[in-house]
Design a protein around this ligand. Structure first.
Ligand SMILES: Nc1nc2c(ncn2[C@@H]2O[C@H](COP(=O)(O)OP(=O)(O)OP(=O)(O)O)[C@@H](O)[C@H]2O)c(=O)[nH]1
Ligand SMILES: [Mg+2]
Length: 401
């Protein structure tokens, strides 16, 4: 669902002018207050450099950028919540939007009328905020009576009780002149259920992504700032986003700071392989990235401890060696198809996580690791992936089918 954004402010401050600039529309914008009465609506595609970059890599058949809807709302004046100007008409239009864009006049132009007497941005901001706050207080007080009766009846449900406690907390902050979003609500107290304007976002961004992901996608790619939990494993946000998503996952654990973003192209990519389906998938993803970034790839063959020095294991080692040759041959053929140069290397007598961590110190920009998801509330890809996540100093991309 595209987001929508309501444009609010005093009359004649330039809301429709900004709306026209944002949406390339021709809504009337003229030098008299209340030029806009019925809201103007415009929908625009949202440009995104990250999407452009993905498009150059995967060359999709169609590209559908997300959109943003702007709603240019009638001007608000002092006393609007009590019926001044266009009164409460504007409120229903603001309540239907996800975000509020507050336009404040800072230009001085004697030709353009200022409804509050003179240009004073701080005072103007205050007028609008106060009107929104008073409108919210009105809404909350209207709901309070009904909520009190419902919560105090013998058959009151938990939802009815939490609605009343939400309303009481909202009324307290609004009466103290603070916006509804400053109320400290418990997890089950949802301001979204009480239709206030100065509200908090209904959910955290991780929950919003998780809700969207559950609708069913063929691949969920997660690239967020905090992927690691300081006590080990993936962060709470990563687990929250992936909870309930059952399809293939790609989790990017970036070790670059924001200021490094311009040099984000990986130049050397390490792909641990062992012949499993998941590691082959990681090879395909790694080769795709390498081709798009003109990067070098090293395939690291890891075998667990089957290569151990025990002489009795000689025949097992021969099987392993055959497996290694078959895997590396397969990668060589894939690399030819992707037109990427691949170097291969093997580390013997070493657990896979040790082998990967040791090799990763040789100046790689990215490790692409094929993994399988294990059941549970927190995201867990097994011991090898956990060790790489906790200890590697390189950025990682975990690819799970
Ligand atoms: N000098 C100057 N004039 C501006 C600027 N922005 C808007 N205006 C003028 O201000 C007047 C009002 O602009 P609108 O965009 O209609 O303002 P509005 O906030 O939509 O007004 P209402 O719909 O009446 O609430 C118009 O004559 C605009 O040309 C600006 O940045 N500088
Ligand atoms: Mg207007």
């Amino acid at each position: 669902m595209p987001l929508n954004c309501g444009i609010v402010g005093l009359p004649n401050v330039g809301k429709s002018t900004i709306f026209n600039a944002l949406t390339a529309s021709k809504a009337p914008a003229a030098n008299y207050p209340f030029c806009t009465i019925d809201p103007n609506v415009g929908i625009v595609p949202v440009p995104d450099a990250r999407m452009d970059r993905i498009v150059t890599m995967v060359k999709p058949h169609s590209i559908v950028p997300t959109t943003m809807e702007f709603v240019d709302i009638a001007g608000i004046v002092e006393g609007a919540s009590k019926g001044e100007g266009l009164g409460n008409q504007f409120l229903s239009h603001i309540r239907q939007t996800d975000a509020i864009l507050h336009v404040v006049r800072c230009f001085s132009d004697p030709e353009v009328i200022h409804v509050a007497g003179g240009v004073n941005p701080l005072h103007d901001i205050d007028i609008i905020n106060t009107e929104l706050l008073l409108a919210d207080l009105d809404t909350v007080e209207k709901r309070r009576n009904k909520a009190e009766k419902a919560a105090k009846s013998n058959s009151a449900t938990a939802a009815q009780k939490s609605e009343l406690s939400t309303i009481v907390k909202l009324a307290d902050v609004l009466n103290a002149g603070k916006p509804a979003r400053t109320a400290e609500l418990a997890d089950d107290e949802k301001p979204g259920n009480v239709d206030v304007i100065t509200r908090q976002p209904k959910t955290s961004s991780s929950e919003t992504i998780a809700d969207e992901a559950r609708k069913g996608y063929d691949l969920l790619v997660i690239g967020i700032a905090k992927t690691r939990n300081p006590n080990g494993g993936f962060s709470k946000d990563v687990s929250l986003i992936t909870k309930g998503f059952e399809g293939p996952l790609a989790v990017i654990d970036s070790h670059q700071s924001n200021s490094d973003r311009s040099t984000e192209r990986p130049g050397r990519i390490l792909i641990p392989v062992n012949g499993s389906e998941v590691s082959r998938r990681a090879v395909e993803v790694g080769l795709t990235l390498a081709r798009a970034n003109d990067a070098e790839v090293t395939a690291l063959y890891v075998t667990g401890n089957a290569n151990g020095g025990n002489r009795k294991n000689a025949s097992r080692r021969r099987v392993t060696r055959r497996n290694e040759l078959a895997v590396l041959k397969d990668i060589g053929e894939l690399a030819d198809r992707y037109e990427v140069n691949v170097r291969s290397t093997t580390r013997v007598n070493m657990a896979p996580d040790e082998a990967i961590l040791r090799e990763s110190k040789r100046g790689y920009d990215l490790i692409v690791l094929g993994v399988s998801r294990r059941p549970g509330d927190t995201l867990y890809f097994g011991n090898t992936a956990a060790a790489v996540l906790d200890r590697s100093e390189t950025s990682n991309l975990f690819v799970a089918s």
